[in-house]
Design a protein around this ligand. Structure first.
Ligand code: OXD
Ligand code: MN
Length: 597
């Protein structure tokens, strides 16, 4: 151990976990570059990682083809009472789940090293931050956690003798023995994978997967599932939101937090390059926001993460130049393709496809191949500090005051480009009814419409009905300081299947309208679903886009909206008496407005 640990409860838990899992060695991570380099060198040596000739200090990993995404069907919220996990979470009683997992954990790290990974979600000196400690038998997890969190010795120092930490156990679920020694990405079969959360204790147990949110336990497990339940108890919010600062030509700053389901362009919006002259965007975070009311009564947000774990396919200099710059060096790539000259490649990256690459399964691939070269959920892990537009003060321990919340999803029809809520309760209704067509970020069918309230469906660590109530309670606390709420849909198409809005940097025009609504300087029309701009209200200067498409993307089609009402009612009915009456009132009011229109 390269530092002294005096925290008795931490030492005891590490010792007990090692007794159970039986690793050959225990390594307390110090978070240094030397440690990272050494682990990477070991992984290159055994063929698990490939050093990329074209990107300094960057590496490519290929996972087992069965271990490529979050496994929602194997993700559990284990509360004493099933009703407290709610109808949208998988539930197993804590005693039973712990007994099952204890059997699986027994001896599961034999032949491997158990890494102790102390990490902080948020700047170490932030009153909004929290500390976790992950015990993992995956060196890949250690290296990713070093990018994604503040990790190592400084965290142990901050913890002192008695500091609060969230314990998180992770095992890939495959002891190193004669049968597994040559596997570069060992993991357990699907029925043995468990991504388990015990929100009443603030405890995480993960088994069987080495990929992304299943294994980097600071991210979805702690910063969303456990933190959302903790925030409910303690009066703060953990949300699946990017954080972005916009500055107008007069120097006025606006802070925006936006929630979209996985793979709906959150990272692109977080790093937007505005096309409107004089408007500047800075990134503060791309996936998670922790928010607490500040002394002035406003809501302050920090990004608890220190890096980006972004979806690679579709990312290019055309769609997200800032992300491309961010991952030029010191980055990890997982399940992308490898070019012959030692760089990464994926579908949608700039330029013509290379004549030959090694695909994510390690096979030869040419443009004639019928399979994708990069897995649809292949990822880059890159340090936030390398983002050219990261806000200078993105690590301000006090966070930034949020002015605007945006919800949204991917809808080919019905939902207009942007809608402003009538008031806070209506904004909560918009968040609670958000829906999106599914993508490859989770295992399951692609292209189905699913309601994904607040983009938190897979990430809410307690009964979602209670979560809706928490949003109303936070609004009551914030009163007139509550952010204004908007709903967007960048993905509407016409009947010929053509995009009705150009998206990407042009989305700054929609953001500008929101800021002006805040200042009371932009117009809108009142419709049954909220305030919607006309094409005259949005700054279209310099935008070369057919006017009929603009009119169509803003159109509110009341008859097309009507079927949403019973669909929402059905969705709400699953929450029974945990559904806040204020949401039912919103649905009734929407139905009445649609019928009257
Ligand atoms: C993510 C996700 O990885 O939401 O951020 O799936
Ligand atoms: Mn996410």
């Amino acid at each position: 151990m390269s530092y002294e640990v005096k925290h008795a409860a931490l030492l005891k838990w590490v010792h007990e976990t090692a007794e159970l899992t039986q690793p050959d060695a225990i390594h307390w991570c110090d978070g240094s570059q030397a440690e990272y380099d050494q682990l990477m060198a070991q992984m290159v040596e055994i063929g698990m990682a490939t050093a990329l000739k074209k990107r300094p200090n960057s590496f490519l990993f290929r996972s087992d083809p069965s271990d490529v995404a979050r496994v929602e069907a194997r993700t559990f919220i284990s509360t004493t009472n099933k009703a407290d996990a709610g109808p949208t979470n998988n539930w197993i009683a804590p005693d039973l789940l712990k007994a099952t997992m204890t059997d699986l954990y027994w001896g599961c790290m034999k032949g491997r090293t158990m890494y102790v990974i102390p990490f902080s979600m948020g700047p170490l000196d932030s009153p909004i931050a929290a500390i976790g400690v992950e015990l993992s038998d995956s060196p890949y997890v250690v290296c990713n956690m070093r990018i994604m969190t503040r990790m190592g010795k400084t965290v142990i120092e901050k913890l002192g003798d008695t500091g609060r930490f969230f314990p998180a156990v992770h095992s890939i679920g495959s002891p190193c023995d004669d049968t597994t020694i040559n596997q570069v990405w060992p993991c357990a079969e699907i029925d043995h994978k468990y991504i388990s959360h015990f929100p009443e204790e603030g405890l995480i147990w993960s088994y069987g997967s080495g990929y992304g949110g299943n294994a980097l336990l600071g991210k979805k497990c702690l910063a969303l599932r456990i933190a959302s339940a903790t925030g409910k108890r303690e009066g703060w919010m953990a949300e699946h939101m990017l954080i972005l600062r916009l500055t107008n030509p007069a120097g006025r700053q606006y802070h925006i937090a936006a929630a979209f389901p996985s793979a709906c362009g959150k990272t692109n919006l977080a790093m937007i390059t505005p096309t409107i002259p004089g408007w500047k965007a800075e990134c503060i975070g791309d996936d998670i926001a922790w928010m607490k009311p500040g002394p002035d009564g406003r809501l302050y947000a920090i990004n608890p993460e220190a890096g980006f774990f972004g979806v690679a396919p579709g990312t290019s200099y055309a769609t997200n130049p800032m992300a491309m710059e961010t991952m030029k060096e010191n980055s990890i790539f997982t399940n992308t393709a490898l070019t012959d000259d030692g760089d990464v490649w994926w579908e949608g990256i700039d330029g013509a496809p290379p004549a030959h690459v090694i695909d994510w399964k390690g096979r030869d691939w040419t443009p004639a191949s019928k399979d994708l070269a990069a897995h649809a959920n292949s990822r880059f892990t890159a340090p936030a500090t390398q983002c050219p537009i990261i806000a200078r003060d993105w690590e301000n321990p006090l966070g930034v005051p949020i002015d605007i919340f945006i919800f949204g999803g991917r809808r080919a029809s019905v939902v207009p480009l942007v809608t402003e809520s009538f008031n806070w309760d209506h904004g909560v209704f918009m968040g609670a009814t958000a829906a999106s067509e599914t993508t490859a970020a989770n295992i399951g069918a692609v292209g189905n419409l699913r309601r994904d309230p607040f983009a938190m469906m897979p990430f809410c660590g307690y009964n979602m009905g209670d979560y809706f109530q928490h949003w109303f309670d936070m609004g009551d606390t914030l009163g007139s300081n509550a952010p204004k709420v908007f709903y967007v849909n960048w993905f509407r198409k016409n009947t010929a299947g053509k995009w009705l809005w150009p998206g990407y940097g042009e989305n700054s025009r929609v953001l500008k309208w929101m800021c002006e609504r805040l200042d009371g300087t932009a117009g809108a029309v009142e419709t049954p679903i909220g305030f919607v701009p006309t094409e005259a209200d949005i700054d279209l200067n310099g935008l070369d886009w057919p006017i009929d498409r603009l009119q169509e993307v803003l159109k509110v089609d009341a008859p097309a909206w009507l079927p949403e009402v019973p669909d929402i009612a059905k969705f709400f009915s699953q929450f029974g008496d945990r559904l806040p009456a204020r949401l039912t009132a919103q649905l009734d009011a929407l139905a009445a407005r649609l019928k009257a229109s």
